[in-house]
Design a protein around this ligand. Structure first.
Ligand SMILES: N[C@H](CCC[C@H](N)C(=O)O)C(=O)O
Length: 295
């Protein structure tokens, strides 16, 4: 039987990015893709990302976090999900600053400038074509040769690419609503130039301090917000010298502030984390899936 049967969870969201948080720090089990997909099923607790806390592996961290998209794939970064995890563990411990480990590295989280805001240090962005990763060499990743639509009149073209521990492609447009992202998103997400797939963002630079954007997420589809994409987009715009290093981001689900810190190139993301409800997973959800095995 699955470790998750009858296990408690918290349903949260990060400006509309649907998050489920599960605490497995007292268990040796890991979650299989089948179990992650079962949780996301209509009979379960539909989410964009599942954030699973495991026992800390590194001195000074509160947990090792595994991140699952609702298609069952694992991701190394989830900004909105990390704010939700930070809120949960701050409330559990009474602390207001903690460090977590993800596959992208150690992430410091702290209470933001007001009680309803949380800041996550998302680490240093990577720009090398092999770090994104891309399937072939591109020396300048501020714009890569990728387009969709007729060769002589592409609909979308020349995206910037950035890794925040997960791959992002950002297309710069005048009107983010003028494109059928539900149609183009999966084509671009699964384009062969992205051997690990990619998160696809449409972004409009309003001025040097403000960007509006929306994202087709790798492994989750169209979401109301993507925190790591907001980080990637703000950094990509600053690289193009079209904004400063602190940018206000407007996403369909709400607002984030991103600072690409000058002294160490770390990307700080600040925004809310909403709690919705707690529950326990119905064992029937996992009747036909393979259970995670102790590592
Ligand atoms: N779909 C992303 C993971 C979640 C990112 C997003 N929800 C965020 O807040 O950063 C990926 O597979 O890289």
């Amino acid at each position: 039987m699955s470790t998750l049967a009858n296990h408690s969870f918290a349903k949260m969201n990060g400006i509309g990015n649907e998050i489920v948080v599960v605490d497995l720090r007292d268990s040796a089990a890991t979650i299989t893709p089948d179990e992650a997909r079962a949780v996301a099923s209509p009979a379960g607790v539909p989410y964009d990302q599942l954030m699973v806390l495991h026992a800390p592996r590194v001195q000074g961290t509160s947990a090792f976090i595994r991140i699952y998209n609702n298609d069952g794939s694992e991701a190394a970064a989830c900004g909105n999900g990390m704010r939700c995890v930070a809120r949960r563990v701050f409330e559990e411990t009474g602390k207001n600053a903690l460090t977590f480990e993800t596959r992208a590295g150690l992430l410091n989280c702290w209470q933001g400038p007001s009680p309803d805001l949380y800041t996550v240090d998302m680490g240093v962005p990577k720009f090398g074509w092999q770090d994104i990763p891309l399937a072939e060499e591109f020396r300048d990743t501020r714009y890569i040769e990728l387009q969709i639509g007729p060769i002589d009149a592409p609909i979308l073209h020349s995206p910037s690419v950035v890794s925040m521990g997960n791959p992002h492609a950002i297309f710069w447009v005048e009107d983010i609503h003028a494109y059928d992202l539900e149609r183009f998103g999966p084509l671009l997400e699964n384009h062969p130039i992205f051997p690990d797939r990619a998160n696809i963002t449409l972004a409009h630079i309003v001025d040097r301090d403000h960007i509006v954007m929306r994202t087709w997420e790798r492994g989750a589809g169209l979401t109301k917000a993507c925190g790591s994409a907001a980080c990637a987009t703000a950094v990509a715009a600053a690289r193009l010298k079209r904004t400063g290093r602190t940018v206000h981001m407007t996403l369909p689900g709400g607002e984030l502030t991103i600072e690409w810190r000058a002294q160490d190139d770390h990307v700080l993301m600040t925004g809310p984390a909403a709690f919705e409800f707690e529950g326990r997973f119905d064992p029937a959800l996992f009747a036909s899936v393979t259970a995670g095995r102790p590592v």
